[in-house]
Ligand binder design. Structure first.
Ligand code: P6P
Length: 333
């Protein structure tokens, strides 16, 4: 079967669904091109003098890796001149990033985690980029943080790149989820999987089990039932995976099912979990729902959460619908 490029896919989607106006197509292609550049930088590893710490801290209070900053700069520089954006926001920047006055402004807001899974960079485990696209509010003047604080249901596009054995780009614009693989010889993104679907049932779960003593009772109950296997209440055995790169864990779940959990726990009730709503949980929740899965914070759909702060964190339960519904129900009891 003749494979098609990302560009051809986006043009055909626009013809069929009229959901990808030229400006959004340009935005997606620019982000995809930036992900190619990041893949190249990541792939050099020690040969590129890009490993290790940058000896700086980000707004999350996390020590930044050199590649965190390099990836952030690649996305800023790639998106500044195109005229498709009003502003950007990043995990690596405390405040929003306005488009320089010398460039035209567009009607989209771009949010991203430029390099997710940074703890895996120096040990050659898959990492990735996550991005989310919102429309700028009607009549917006100079963009402010408030303009970004829209529920995830308002996203017009979302996606991630995984820099692993293959470099893949997984994308939704609201009509299903499609996967593109980077053809390194040609330097082009090639459609390799249409309409990814998450199986409703699964026998695989992903959680950092080293935090078990800190979990709240609903999570403890849910995980213990999985661990009890076929002699427990679930009457079935389960397998566990934890890559500590959300993009890699979510890609596995989009590819073969599973449930991913990063819960709040008793260590810091002011910090509800570790993952950030605007540029990790929201884009992943959009993709997962578009692939027939579910995503909640234990109480409600992640996509329905009204954001209050740009870098706010949120508990995440996402993946195969029947498991997300079960663990969410345990929180209601
Ligand atoms: P822990 C990576 O730092 C990240 O933000 C996600 O990609 C990943 O799922 C999670 O944190 C891993 O957290 O506590 O297991 O190191």
């Amino acid at each position: 079967m003749k494979r098609i490029s990302l560009t051809q896919y986006l043009v055909e989607e626009q013809r069929q669904h009229n959901t990808i106006p030229a400006e959004l197509r340009l935005l997606i292609e620019v982000v995809a091109r930036a992900c190619k550049t990041i893949s190249h930088a990541v792939g050099k590893g020690a040969l590129g003098e890009v490993m290790g710490s940058a000896e700086t801290e980000n707004v999350q209070g996390e020590v930044q890796k050199k590649l965190d900053i390099i990836s952030n700069d690649i996305l800023l520089e790639a998106n500044e001149w195109g005229g498709h954006l009003a502003a950007m926001a990043s995990e690596e920047m405390e405040t929003i990033h306005l488009i320089p006055n010398r460039y035209p402004k567009g009607e989209y807001l771009l949010l991203f985690d430029p390099l997710d899974g940074s703890s895996n960079i120096d040990v050659n485990v898959s990492i990735g980029t996550i991005f989310s696209v919102l429309k700028a509010p009607e009549g917006m003047g100079v963009p402010t943080e408030q303009d970004f604080l829209q529920p995830g249901s308002q996203q017009v596009a979302a996606g991630y790149a995984v820099y692993g054995p293959q470099t893949v780009l997984v994308l939704t614009t609201g009509n299903g989820v499609n996967c593109f693989t980077l053809d390194r010889e040609m330097g082009s993104w090639v459609l390799t999987q249409r309409n990814m679907q998450i199986p409703t049932e699964t026998k695989e779960f992903a959680i950092n089990a080293s935090n078990a003593r800190h979990w709240f009772p609903p999570v403890t109950r849910y995980v213990n039932e999985l661990l009890a296997g076929d002699s427990g209440p679930r009457s079935s055995n389960f397998n566990m995976r934890w890559i500590a790169s959300m993009v890699a864990d979510v890609h596995r779940i989009l590819s073969r099912g599973g449930v991913f959990i990063y819960p709040a726990d008793t260590r810091d009730t002011k910090m509800p979990g570790k993952l950030r709503l605007m540029y990790e949980a929201n884009p992943m929740a959009f993709l997962v729902e578009q692939a027939g899965g579910a995503a909640t914070n234990g109480a409600q759909r992640i996509l329905d959460i009204q954001p209050e702060k740009l870098h706010q964190r949120v508990p995440v339960f996402l993946g195969s619908k029947s498991e997300v519904e079960r663990v969410t129900a345990y929180h209601q009891e």
